[in-house]
Design a protein around this ligand. Structure first.
Ligand code: S3P
Length: 207
């Protein structure tokens, strides 16, 4: 990242709570100044992401919402009519469409790490943070919402357990930092993430 870009990012980060004027920058390598949140369903990506975006005056982007908008169909209907593989294609396309965006908090769908080619796309976009939570907390959180097609099984608790075990190495491979949100309020998690992102981007600029 260019030093000036980094300084601008840090200045924006200092403006927590105020509305900042944002600009898009062309795609660069090392990563753009975005927060990229990955993690299992119910790990807090959307709630915490919205809070960070509000604090920094960043734009909040949700890859699930992008997929729905681009497909003109709800996720549950995409899975039902076209299957999971098609949904994954749309998810990768949504991620690709974000290339070059800056000053965004990007919450991703819980399965984004399943396609390994997405890992490089995530890294190129910014600081990739894995949000985790215990199995109990995840089960409790996702039980409030019945819209997730992959959890419409006879035993959602067992499904969560199996999926978590299968995905754990993928999440860890994709992430640059991780935060357990089980015992944190959304505000505490957002603050920890903002603090860590400042360190991350200042180290990147020193390279
Ligand atoms: C999925 C997670 C969902 C959504 C889709 C598939 C997954 O997103 O992308 O239902 O494979 O874990 P959230 O993590 O936002 O619930």
């Amino acid at each position: 990242m260019h030093e000036s870009d980094c300084r601008q990012w840090l200045a924006l980060a200092e403006c927590a709570g105020r509305l900042a004027v944002l600009k898009s920058t062309p795609a660069v390598n090392p990563p753009l100044p975005n927060f990229v949140l990955i993690g299992f369903m119910g790990s807090g990506k959307s709630s915490i992401g919205r809070l960070i975006a509000g604090r920094l005056g960043y734009r909040f982007v949700d890859t699930d919402a992008l997929v729905v908008r681009r497909a003109g169909q709800e996720i549950v209907d995409i899975f039902a009519t076209h299957g999971e593989a098609h949904f994954r294609d749309l998810e990768t396309a949504a991620l690709e469409s974000l290339a070059g965006e800056a000053h965004c908090v990007i919450a991703t769908g819980g399965g984004i790490v399943v396609r390994e080619r997405n890992h490089a796309l995530l890294r190129r976009l910014g600081f990739v943070v894995l949000l985790t939570a215990t199995e109990d907390v995840i089960f409790e959180r996702v039980s409030r919402n019945s819209k997730r097609p992959l959890l419409q099984t006879a035993n959602p608790r067992a499904t969560i357990s199996e999926m978590l075990a299968a995905r754990a190495p993928l999440y860890e491979a994709a992430a640059q930092w991780m935060l357990d949100t089980s015992d944190l309020s959304h505000r505490e998690a957002a603050e920890a993430l903002i603090a860590e992102a400042r360190r991350f981007f200042s180290c990147e600029s020193a390279r």
